[in-house]
Write a protein that binds this ligand. Structure first.
Ligand code: F6R
Length: 239
């Protein structure tokens, strides 16, 4: 794990965005894994600026997102599909036909197999962006007693429901999601994890300095060969 500490989220967005844009320029048909939530938004803004300045094109890039709520139509304003189109995909030249998402309303086993095959058929994910939950989750792999492998249907914990319910004003937040498993994430060739703010400090400490345990799913990243952790000072405050 390489840990880098920055003054603020804009600097993190620039650092992560540069890694991604440089990689896309070196391999225009690469495979990128994206996360939703607040953490990657400055990165997506940086990428959009680079695209607007003509410095990068995503037209041949294939994308896979980490997770999607169950029991929510894909075009609902709170779906992660909508999030990605609003925050990145519709702002750059990503080909919608090359965008891949888990279907939170599909049969769990069939959907898991479909996603695994789709990732494999593209040669795997070159760079996967991650955030981290206050409870140490990555994607929606909540703390548990075992590490998962391929995509699965998870029951969200109260911590995640509390953190994400601020985005839901018209309907209650779903309590289930389809998420890439830990194995699928770990097979990514490079991982960039972004964490900002004091509310992430404890999880960040456990991820980096704690034992590797499914009780803190992000701790598995200690065993990944090419992971870079980008933190602001508040998220790094307990290291
Ligand atoms: C989102 C995801 C989650 C978030 C995490 C942090 O696709 O997989 O693991 O990355 O919950 O969310 P934010 O960035 O909103 O603090």
């Amino acid at each position: 794990m390489e840990v880098r500490i920055f003054k603020n989220d804009l600097e993190i967005g620039e650092a992560a965005g540069k890694i991604i844009c440089d990689f896309v320029n070196s391999k225009p048909d690469c495979v990128l894994g994206f996360a939703t939530g607040a953490s990657p938004v400055p990165t997506y803004n940086y990428i959009t600026e680079q695209y607007n300045s003509g410095k990068v094109s995503f037209k041949n890039v294939t994308t896979f997102n980490l997770d999607e709520y169950c029991d929510l139509p894909r075009d609902h304003k709170n779906s992660y599909w909508t999030f990605m189109f609003e925050n990145l995909f519709s702002r750059v030249d990503v080909d919608p036909a090359k965008v891949n998402f888990l279907d939170g309303n599909a049969d769990e086993k069939a959907e898991s197999a479909r996603y695994a095959e789709a990732i494999k058929s593209k040669g795997g994910i070159d760079i996967q962006i991650l955030g981290i939950g206050r409870n140490g989750h990555i994607a929606f792999n909540e703390p548990s007693d075992k590490f998962t492998d391929e995509a699965w249907r998870v029951t969200l914990t109260q911590s995640t429901i509390d953190a994400n319910s601020i985005y839901f004003d018209d309907i209650p937040i779903p309590h289930y999601a389809m998420t890439m498993g830990i194995g699928s994430i770990m097979r990514s060739k490079k991982i960039i994890l972004i964490a900002t703010g004091a509310s992430k400090a404890e999880a960040v400490k456990e991820m980096i300095n704690g034992p590797v345990t499914p009780g803190c799913p992000a701790s598995i990243l200690q065993q990944h060969a090419d992971t870079v952790i980008l933190l602001d000072e508040a998220a790094a405050s307990l290291l």
